[in-house]
Design a protein around this ligand. Sequence first.
Ligand code: DGY
Length: 330
Amino acid sequence: MPYSKVFITRRLPTQLHRLEEVANVEVWPERQAPPYEVLLEKAKEIDGLLCLLTDQIDQQLIEVSKSLKVISQMAVGFDNIDILTATARRIPVGNTPGVLTDATADLTWALLMAAARRVVEADRFVRSHLWQTWEPDLLLGPDIAGATLGIVGFGRIGQAVARRAKGFNMRIIYTSKHKCKPELEQSLGVEFANFVSLLQTSDFVTIHTPLSAETYHLFGEAEFALMKQSAILINTARGAIVDPDALYQALRTGEIAGAAIDVTEPEPIPTDSPLLTVDNLIIIPHIGSASRPTREKMANMAIDNLIAGLRGERLPNCVNPEVYDVVDDK
Ligand code: DGY
């Protein structure tokens, strides 16, 4: 155990003492993620890996790492990790759910309000010296109170967004793989809707589903065609859930009124992306969980998972608990 080797793919916003007591820790010192080849070399010699959503933890990388006992991701999403291969190798994968729910829901709310009330456009307007007087029809947007909010994906973050929407007197509908219990629906003031009717009736659509083969480009040409022309799309989940070309066309042609996105495909967004030319889009750089206390909690949870994995204990937050079933069955 004292000889465990750990690689952390970026500097973390917390102290590492607890981890250093049980392992030799190497931290990648750069601002950019380690190149894949570097990660591959490190993987050959480590017992524990603490990674971020920017690291590609694929089949090859997991298979070269003969001594790897645990992969701990500092994020709730884990679409960058080949879970099937990790599970086949009985390597538990940890993530950091829960602690970032409110921060992400807050940012979703900030984007929804900024897009509705055209805050970013208005700021650009003033800085371009275009503000001449108070005008009855200057930078008008829709009302939030009384509007219908459609929530796609109703896990922790989707529900936290619903709680905020309730305070704004919105009608709230959601779609999800599973309809939730009537008591929860009642306490949040939400109604279940199928995806198509949610798209057709919502004034605001917000995405809170994980990225998977099923949700890849869930929003494309056909979905934008179903949405109201006055609708605004918010995405704080994963960029690849939305087809960027279809989003560009929908915004450019006025098929939807606007969008506000914290995530893009790819990340970072290429500097020549046509999306950067449309005024009715707000783009920010994947900062959903970026409050100081939240990031510190995420880092600490990732360390807890890592230490448990090195000790051969069950991870406090494990995305592939089947690894334990396999062991228990023996
Ligand atoms: C996550 O945790 O998956 C977010 O995208 C980053 O905090």
